[in-house]
Design a protein. Structure first.
Length: 217
């Protein structure tokens, strides 16, 4: 039986698209002010680009679409604003209640990949410090999951052995890989984003199902 849960953030506790939408709205407002554009038109165009092309160079292509040269300093400024804006976020349904229940029994650590300033603002927006004793930003360590350094750092900070910890996350390659490398168990949250990724790990449909799964061990 695990005594400690190391929990992923994006698409495990909340829908990461919320952050993208929040950032796009913020940047659309910036671009509207800087270049005398319609914020709604800019936002809609970024969403269409995201659906068609993904996130790569989305600000460059949006600038071009509105007749603005995507100079490196302009794009860098938009990226910086995107990463440092204060997002409006909320947990998936049932997550708050699940965390309340889990905190009464387990030591909890949040272990997350991603740009540190961006992830820190997500943590603050969700008030995650109310549930987690430790927050580990894997990129700050220079070793994002599936490297084991993040989960191992969390165990060290909590004073527990890796074999007594369980990694909980939606991505079987990064979260599951980190768990295997660190010598701990892994419970998959089977969200749609990685539903097609093969894994023989035990899984639950949503994070809200984690307490019941653990009670059944």
């Amino acid at each position: 039986m695990p005594t400690t849960l190391l929990i992923d953030l994006d698409d495990t506790l909340f829908d990461e698209r919320q952050y993208v939408d929040s950032g796009f709205r913020f940047i659309a407002g910036n671009m509207a002010y800087l270049f005398d554009l319609s914020a709604g038109d800019v936002y809609d165009h970024m969403q269409k680009l995201l659906a068609r092309e993904g996130r790569g160079q989305i600000f460059d292509h949006t600038l071009e679409a509105f007749g603005i040269e995507p100079k490196p300093e302009i794009v860098a400024g938009l990226v910086r604003r995107y990463r440092t804006h204060a997002p409006s976020l909320g947990f998936f349904p049932g997550v708050r209640e699940a965390l309340d229940e889990l905190k009464a029994t387990y030591k909890l650590a949040l272990v997350t990949n991603g740009h540190v300033a961006m992830q820190a603002r997500k943590v603050a927006a969700l008030a995650a410090e109310n549930w987690f004793e430790v927050v580990v930003f894997c990129d700050k360590l220079g070793h994002p999951k599936p490297a084991p350094e993040g989960p191992l750092a969390a165990c060290k900070l909590l004073g527990v052995k890796p074999r007594n910890a369980l990694m909980v996350g939606d991505n079987p390659e990064t979260d599951g890989g980190a768990a295997r490398a660190a010598g701990m168990g892994y419970l998959r949250i089977n969200t749609a984003r990685f539903a097609a990724t093969a894994s023989d790990a035990p899984s639950v449909a949503t994070f809200a199902d984690v307490p019941a799964y653990l009670r059944g061990l």
